[in-house]
Every structure is written in C-alpha cells, then in structure tokens.
Design a protein around this ligand. Sequence first.
Ligand code: FAD
Length: 457
Amino acid sequence: MSNEKKSESVTVAVIGAGSVGIAVAYYLVKEHKVKNVVLIDPRDPMSLTSAQSGENYRNWWPHPVMTAFTNHGIDLLEQIDKESAGRINMTRGGYALVTRRSNPEDLIQDLYRGYGDGPGIIRIRDALTGDYDAPLRSPWSSAPDGVDVLTNQELIRQTFPSYAPDVAAVIHIRRAGSISAQQLGQYMLEQIKAEGGRLIRAEVKAITGQSPFTLELSSDSGTTTIQADRIVNAAGPFLRDIGAMLGEDIPVKCVYQQKIAFQDREGAIPRNMPFTIDLDGQTLAWSDEDREILDSDPASRHLVSPMNGGIHCRPDGAVDGTWIKLGWAFNDAESDPHSEAPVDPQYPDTVLRGASRLNPKLANYIGRLPRGAHHYGGYYTMTEENWPLIGQSKTSGSFIAGALSGYGSMAATCTGALCAAAVVGAPVPVYAKQLGFERYDDHELMAQLASQSKGAL
Ligand SMILES: Cc1cc2nc3c(=O)[nH]c(=O)nc-3n(C[C@H](O)[C@H](O)[C@H](O)COP(=O)(O)OP(=O)(O)OC[C@H]3O[C@@H](n4cnc5c(N)ncnc54)[C@H](O)[C@@H]3O)c2cc1C
C-alpha cells in the first residue's frame, strides 16, 4: 500500500482501518466497484481494538434483528472462507452456555425470541438417547445449525466431562465458533489494494465543508488535506472524536475488557471443548484473611461481592495445540479512550478463580500462571443498548460503522456490507434500518431493548 499524496480528491474516505473500516472499504470496492476509496489510519491496520479480539462468532442473540444481523455476517464469513480457500480458519464447535439451573425457561424463551419457533431449530435434549452430535471442532460446512438444549445430566456428563458436576443445563448454539479476524482483515486489505483502494497513514484532525468534505490529516511528514465526497466514521473507540468534528454527538461509551491466554500444560481444558460461557453469577471463594484485605479497599471490594456471570473459556489455536483463552467482561465502568488503558493487575487471578468454578482443573493455575501468559485488553465501544451504529449519520454525505462492542470481528462483514450499501444508496435488508440512528425514533423498540439483557460477553 502506498503512502499519502498531497491535496487529493477521493470518492470515499473511510476513517479507521480496524476490522470494521477495512470491511466497509472492501464491500465498497468489491461489491459496488467504487473507485478511489481510501482508508485513513495512523496506526497499523487491525492493530487497535481489532488486535485484542477473542475472534469468536455466534448467531445467538435474544432479538431477531441481531440474530438476522449476525447470521448475515456469518453467511459472508463463510463466503470469504470458501473463496479464500480457508484463509480465515473458520471453525464451528459452537457456543456452550452453561447453568446450574435445571429448568432455565427464561433462557429457552430468549432462544425462541432470537431464532423464532421454526421446526427443529431448538432441540430439547432431556433424554440420553437421540442424535445429538458431540461438540467436535468440525469445519463449518459439516456442522449442524440451530440449538441443542441439554437438560439430561448424564448426557451433559458424557459430552462435557471436564465441567463441574453441578451443571444442570447446557445450551449448545451450533452456528458459532472461531475465525482468524487478523487473516480476514489481511485478506480484505489485499482485495482492496487489488481493486485500486489505498491506505493513507495519517490521523484525521479536523473535518470541514460537506460533500466534498475537507479532511485535515496529520502524519510524520506533516499536515496535509484531502477532499472526500463521502466519509465513513469507523474510528472504533474514537467514534465520538470524528463525530465531534462534524458537530455530532455519537451516543457511545468505551468500557475496557480484558482476557488472558496461556499454555494449558496440565490439559485442564479438552481440545474439543466448544467456546464455553458460564452464565451463572458467583461470589469468588477467598480465605477469611484475603477477603478482609480485599473488602477494606474500595478498588478491590467488587472481588468479594456477588459478580455477574459470563466467564468464558476456550481452547485456542489448532486442535493439537495447548493454549487456552479466558475472559470475563465484568467491568462496566466507562473509560476515556484517550487516557491510559485501565489494566487491572488483579484480572488474571480473578478470571482464573471465576473460571475454575465450571472448569475445576483450572484451579491448579491459581497463583501459578504459566510463564509466557498474555494478559491483554481493549475497549468495547458500545451504545447503551449494545446495538451497533451503521449507516447514514446526521451530516449528509457522512456515514458511521461502529459501536460493535464485543462482536465486531464476527460482524465486520455484515457491518461493512450494510454501510457500503448505504454509502452508494443500494438497498439493504429490512433489519438494517434498526441498526442506525433511526432506531432512536422507535420508542417501542428502545423500551424493549432497555428491558432485555445487553448480551455484552
Ligand atoms: C478483549 C476483547 C475481546 C473481544 N472478543 C471478540 C470476539 O471474540 N468476537 C468478536 O466478534 N469481537 C470481539 N471483540 C470486539 C472486536 O474486537 C471489536 O468490536 C472490533 O475490533 C472493533 O473494530 P473497529 O474497526 O470498530 O475498531 P478498531 O479496531 O479500534 O479500529 C479503529 C481504528 O480507527 C483508527 N482511528 C481512530 N481515530 C482516528 C482518526 N482521528 N484518524 C484516523 N484513524 C483513526 C484507530 O487508529 C483504529 O485503528 C473483542 C474486543 C475486545 C476488546
């Protein structure tokens, strides 16, 4: 990709070269054959939030709009996996949602709300017999669709022997698994380049005018300007900054979330275990002395209080590999993305303690995490209702693609496709209307979203 030229005019300037901006540029050039598209970013492509992703995908959402959105995204991922001869390493072991409640009727109702009640989509497995497939990490093309709800304890024990014995129900979402988001971004960048699109290594400092917009760019070689007929705000945690340059207030916040990854030398996690989420809240177990110390400090008091569920764990990399990843998005405090990242040094210990409730062998690593373990994090840039913002912005000629919280790797494709269609004025699926600013005028929908779970895993 070449570096910037001075004072040029482009058709579309996409601000931000993370998963989302790259996908918008990809669908502009590939699907709509738009010429003269540039991606603008001072950082290496895919190096900010997109580098921190757990790279999981699922079509599980308790609302049909988000189910349609992620199903669309997964269709496009499959298409890319096929045409790139498996470049994005798409696996499909599913998501296993685990609870100790033997009759999780509310969760089953959520499934019907998201997936509808078509025949055979939601399969209740309350007997040991039946045609339930073991959760092997099969290629996506041969994996089943729909959801298996396991309520038979013996079936759970046989299928997931590593889980703690108190698990009473497992909801196995089948259209779910992992991808290599980095490979996806790389593949799209190559295609963008092949179609004549370019990357400009600079930061957008100001935007003036309107169709064409004048963008002031700052880079190591100084300040320049560029004219763009249309602009797309795909600035991830900095969506608000670009919005402010247009005089718009973008209703998003940034919440820092973390993960750890390490070599599972003791084989605590079976390599064919699906991405597993412990849905149940818990209060972590501590010695009396530790509890007293933690309770005495306001910064650590949350560790002795009841904590939300949502701890997740999965084998990482190849089936014959040894690394695992753990995460727990319990933080809900908003941060300023311009400040230093609020890394929690206690996090690796916290997530290990929490995760060992469901995966008891992980307790062996408490206080002795293997050397070389990674502890990392990034911002979930999210709206209050945790739905994305995709499509036309308030300023004519400007568009937005962002607020993808903890699902922007899996939804980059559909976000890119929807936003690119909006930019060129092409039709979009019906559900897309509710993913842009228009939804804030739909008071019924907003009230409904305010009353349901946000799905921030
Ligand atoms: C810990 C963690 C785990 C996650 N796990 C998953 C997962 O398992 N599955 C999943 O689907 N998603 C996951 N996500 C979410 C996913 O990573 C994000 O939704 C996605 O990466 C967001 O992409 P983006 O392009 O919007 O933002 P970013 O990747 O942050 O890209 C934004 C880009 O905009 C650029 N930019 C900002 N301001 C300017 C400016 N003024 N001028 C020019 N460029 C600018 C930045 O430099 C940056 O490169 C996870 C996120 C985190 C933090």
